[in-house]
Design a protein around this ligand. Structure first.
Ligand SMILES: [Zn+2]
Length: 209
């Protein structure tokens, strides 16, 4: 394909294909749109990507994406610090937040247990969660991992970690479809899922903690 495009165009089309679900055809369409129709938007996109890639990191308390050391969810003085909701992705956090049914703190795993991909407790930041639970003041861990084999395994490990600190762990379940990702579930269903959360029965010994 590279010989039909000029070098810069080939680079751009190649670069756009880093996006999920974007193949060569879509990338070509995006490139032509930006170059033919909206050069200003193309420049804005370039500046925005540059700033975001250089400046956005992870909140040192909850691991949410933010350009600040501590994100606004952790800084807020209006939230219930006795609850902490553990989720897999920043998109899941926003879905729970937008449901309006939760006002506690958050912890973002940035994935789920997946031994095949080398993702274990360390990669999920569980030592940081362990430290937060050790500080005290939390009396419920609301687990909102996905309803998949990996999400279930992750939920059990989190529950065992909570049990180690004598903290109750609950899991949202009601209405969340099997294999469902939180970000694609509507707010009403998510609100009911939060209200219908159930306690996870486990012990630290069960998870070898
Ligand atoms: Zn935070």
């Amino acid at each position: 394909m590279s010989n039909v495009y000029s070098p810069l165009l080939a680079d751009l089309i190649q670069a756009l294909q880093c996006l999920p679900g974007v193949g060569q055809k879509s990338a070509q369409r995006m490139a032509f749109h930006l170059l033919d129709r909206d050069r200003e938007a193309a420049r804005r996109l370039a500046r925005s990507l540059e700033s975001a890639a250089n400046q956005i990191g992870h909140c040192e308390q909850c691991r949410m994406l933010t350009e600040e050391t501590v994100c606004r969810f952790c800084r807020s003085t209006h939230r219930d610090s006795s609850k902490i909701c553990v989720l897999e992705t920043p998109a899941d956090l926003l879905a729970i937040e937008n449901s309006g049914a939760y006002d506690g703190r958050y912890f973002v795993l940035m994935g789920h247990l997946s031994p095949i991909d080398g993702i274990g407790p360390t990669e999920l930041g569980l030592d940081l969660l362990d430290a937060r639970l050790a500080e005290g003041g939390i009396n419920e861990v609301v687990v909102a991992t996905s309803v998949t084999v990996e999400g279930d395994a992750t939920a059990h490990l989190i529950a065992a970690l909570a049990a180690k600190h004598g903290v109750k762990a609950t899991r949202i379940a009601y209405g969340v479809p099997v294999g469902g990702e939180l970000e694609f579930i509507d707010s009403g269903t998510l609100s009911r899922a939060l209200l219908g959360r159930r306690q996870i029965e486990t012990s630290p010994e069960e998870a070898g903690l």
